[in-house]
Ligand binder design. Structure first.
Ligand code: NAP
Length: 161
């Protein structure tokens, strides 16, 4: 089976923070709208903690959840226990990898695109990820700056070089 296109969708502060206390550390409406537009119609892949942090099932998208717990299940979640199993479940559909940190690390080597929201501040938090550009091999194909809404941020698209 062909590997489906894989896109990482992540919002990251300048100091690497992506989460705090099991939630996003900011509320940026434009980012939530972009997340929805990017993920609609795709098979979302996420860690069990990110799934449990969602306000509920997100309409119009599949929820493929990675856990090491063979007994875990939840309504609306398709459960996988490895990258390979998650991709098998996606069954050729477009994949959006939506976090958190463990899951970004697992999929970074095989992702073809990163839709990054750079929050242009240092933010306090307990979950971080490295800047994907630090590993090289990515080229920026889109960048759009936004002012203080409520924090300055930038939408960036990175494609594998
Ligand atoms: N800013 C963003 O873009 C963004 C995106 C997503 C999440 N977040 C934030 O990040 C935080 C949650 O992320 P997190 O990094 O703590 O957790 P996570 O990556 O969502 O979930 C971690 C869990 O995934 C499962 N897992 C990890 N590696 C695995 C593997 N190799 N095989 C199978 N299962 C595996 C394990 O589940 P079990 O423990 O069940 O075995 C692990 O506890 C929250 O604060 C959330 O709001 C931010």
């Amino acid at each position: 089976m062909d590997t489906p296109p894989i896109t990482i969708v992540v919002a990251r502060a300048q100091n690497g923070v992506i989460g705090r206390d099991g939630r996003l550390p900011w509320h940026i409406g434009a980012d939530l709208r972009r997340f929805k537009a990017l993920t609609l119609g795709s098979a979302m892949v996420m860690g069990r903690k990110t799934f449990e942090s969602l306000p509920g099932l997100l309409p119009g998208r599949r929820h493929i959840v990675l856990t090491r717990d063979a007994g875990w299940s939840a309504q609306g979640a398709e459960v996988g226990h490895s990258v390979e199993e998650a991709l098998r479940l996606a069954n050729g559909e477009r994949v959006s990898v939506i976090g958190g940190a463990d899951i970004f690390e697992l999929f970074l080597p095989i992702a073809g695109r990163i839709e990054l929201t750079e929050v242009l501040r240092e933010i306090e938090g307990d979950t971080t990820m490295p800047d994907p550009r630090s590993s090289g091999g990515w080229r920026e194909t889109f960048s759009e700056d936004h002012g203080n809404e409520p924090l300055p941020f930038r939408f960036v698209t990175l494609e594998r070089a």
